[in-house]
Design a protein around this ligand. Structure first.
Ligand code: MSK
Length: 634
């Protein structure tokens, strides 16, 4: 199978100078074949030491684990634990930002400041915090206490969940008993109920998973809000994407992971004249070239226009260009294989977080109290490594695409306000009603070795755009569309249907872009998915309906991580039909499969659509969009 449809990735895979022994994720996937069929179906249980227990999917062997758990129970527990794993990741990310904000307000982190007071007031106001006559610091102090209270048990609905969904959605959550009162408590509850001898009712376990997913949504929303307050709410910015953004004559520093706490500071420090001079003194005429990988790449592209080198699945390929002097990582989606790949080149891999170290990497503990000095020390490591770069091993594909990024919900509303200042959502809603915008699809999630990288994304988006579906993208989905040139005005002209192209042209020109808005709007990293919810909720509230009635769908056509499972599950809880292009490990239970793809529709409006064929998946999403349009009388 082809590894990737990204020509830059393919070029490096074919021509790198790392030697034959260098293996990639695709090689290791090959070596794993055939993968465990029990695991693929979700019917292997390792929750106690009497196991592992496996249920025979053909009905000829054991139909129960040693404790008596059925396939339904085992599969449901697997789903719930995956959601809890994803939620724990987002919780850690969000809590980290909240702690830094708190320390900043106490004067302990001088390198951070409130960058976006408008956002601070908007979030605080939404959370019920008094604004009038108060200083930003006073407001922020109340807000950070409110944020921190979301992680422990506050004994009432989580504020970030309750205040960012429609009233009807909150009532639906309440009826089903899936309103979390604690982010971390809900994760612990899932771990408790799915351990040996607790919850054996598969439907009850899935309700627990949905509640945990709502906690995940809360953590993601909180992380995005606090990041915007500290680092600024993204606004449209023109940048570049793909491996061609690496420079032969510069010190290339790749920032990889998720949390902007480190990467934003490095991005700022890298433009200091003294740091650039140090790089030049080391022989790099081009100075310092900071690039992003994975969702850190999305964060710094959205806020600083820093180019994105590649996505998570091809992180090793970035090293195989032989041109990265330091790869600096924080946490999440960082393959330990990068340290092995780096051994074949001069690249230094630098870990920075106490919970995410890696054999073969150098650890430089990141201190938020001393962030700028830490960032400088990290950059100097890269500058030092540049001196041992072997030019004969450099293989930089001359391939990159322009990408307009920075479409936070606020930026989208601001662009619409250029068309109608009094009622910004009106042009969007009018065009949905008129059919110029047939629907909206949020693409999220990762790239997987199980599909040629980006294949499903590109196939689906071409079909949906031609049918006038506006595309929002986050995480590695946005990386795919940025690298393949879907975030430009030209892409609108080339791929969008007539109605959609006309709308995007009016908005783009009114917003001063000198051409149409891109047909795929980059909304940020994977933690930023709630930005898309904010847009959908604003439309729903204006129309007086729930999100589950809107012609809005979601897709994770190349999903990988537990975080993607958590996000997909809250998208379903939020009322969105959500496509998965990779079959999740649930087919070992008819009941669980039925609940997730059908029963849940009656309860929440959202449900999973599993379709590996991207052409069929696009048709399925269009069908759903049309059903919903009909439901609204459109
Ligand atoms: S990085 S969670 S591989 S989107 Fe956010 Fe990409 Fe998926 Fe990680």
């Amino acid at each position: 199978m082809k590894c990737s449809i990204d020509p830059a990735v393919t070029e490096v895979l074919n021509n790198h100078k790392g030697g034959n022994k260098l293996k990639t994720a695709w090689d290791r996937y090959e070596a794993q074949q055939p993968q465990c069929g029990f695991g693929e179906l979700g019917v292997c249980c390792r929750h106690c030491m009497q196991g592992p227990c496996r249920i025979d999917p053909f009905g000829e062997g054991p139909d129960r684990g040693i404790c008596g758990a059925t396939a339904d129970t085992i599969v449901a527990r697997g789903v719930a634990r995956a959601v809890a794993g994803g939620t724990a990741s987002h919780s850690g990310h969000a809590l980290h930002i909240a702690h830094v904000l708190k320390k900043m307000l106490a004067g302990k982190t001088p390198d951070y400041a409130i960058k976006d007071e408008v956002k601070l007031k908007a979030v605080a106001g939404r959370c019920g915090i008094a604004i009038e006559g108060r200083s930003s610091k006073e407001i922020a102090q109340d807000l950070v206490e409110k944020a921190l209270s979301e992680f422990g048990d506050k004994g009432e609905a989580l504020t970030w969940a309750a205040t960012t969904v429609t009233k009807a959605r909150l009532e639906t959550f309440s009826k089903l008993g899936i309103v979390p009162t604690s982010i971390d408590g809900t994760i612990a509850e899932v771990m408790h109920r799915t351990t040996y001898g607790v919850d054996a009712d598969p439907v009850n376990i899935l309700l627990g998973a949905l509640k945990c997913a709502v906690a995940d949504y809360t953590a993601c929303h909180l992380a995005t809000d606090l990041s915007d307050i500290l680092f600024g709410t993204p606004q449209p910015v023109v940048s570049k994407a793909n491996l061609g953004v690496l420079k032969e004559d510069a010190v290339n520093i790749a920032l990889h992971g998720h949390n902007p706490l480190l990467s934003d500071i490095i991005a700022q420090v890298a433009s200091e004249p003294e740091m650039i001079a140090e790089a030049q003194a080391a022989g790099a005429a081009g100075g310092l070239n900071v690039v992003g990988i994975c969702c850190t790449g999305n964060e710094i592209m959205m806020r600083h226009g820093i180019p994105l080198a590649t996505s998570s699945i091809s992180q090793e390929v970035a090293i195989m260009t032989g041109a990265i002097d330091a790869m600096v990582v924080d946490y999440q989606c960082i393959m330990p294989a990068i340290a092995t790949a780096a051994e074949c080149f001069h690249t230094k891999v630098i870990t920075t977080m106490p919970i995410a170290k890696m054999p073969g990497a150098e650890h430089i503990a990141f201190s938020d109290e001393n962030a700028v000095e830490c960032a400088r020390a990290i950059l100097r490591q890269g500058i030092e490594r540049f001196k041992s770069r072997n030019p004969d091993k450099v293989c930089i594909p001359q391939k990159s695409s322009t990408a307009i990024a920075g479409f936070s919900a606020e930026a989208i509303v601001a662009a619409l306000a250029k068309v109608n200042a009094d009622d910004p959502l009106k042009p969007l809603i009018d065009n949905i009603v008129a059919g110029n915008i047939r629907g909206i699809c949020l693409f999220a999630g990762c790239n997987t070795v199980k599909v040629p990288q980006d294949h499903n994304y590109i196939e689906m988006v071409k079909k949906l755009l031609a049918e006038n579906v506006l595309i929002l993208a986050t995480g590695c989905a946005s990386s795919a569309y940025a690298r393949h040139g879907f975030m430009t005005s030209e892409a609108t002209i080339r791929y969008a249907g007539k109605g959609l192209a006309a709308v995007l042209t009016v908005i783009g020109e009114a917003a001063g872009l000198g051409g149409p808005l891109p047909p795929v709007l980059h909304m940020g990293s994977c933690v930023d998915n709630p930005r898309a919810v904010d847009v959908a909720v604003a439309i729903a509230n204006k129309l007086g309906v729930d999100v589950s009635q809107l012609p809005v769908v979601a897709s994770a056509p190349e999903a990988v991580t537990e975080k993607a499972v958590a996000i997909g599950t809250w998208a379903v809880a939020g009322g969105l039909p959500t496509h998965l292009g990779v079959v999740p490990p649930v087919l070992g239970s008819k009941l669980v499969t039925e609940v997730l793809t059908s029963t849940v529709k009656d309860l929440l409006g959202g449900y999973f659509i599993v379709e590996p064929d991207p052409a069929k998946a696009a048709v399925a999403l269009l069908t759903v969009i049309d059903e919903r349009r009909a439901g609204l009388g459109l």
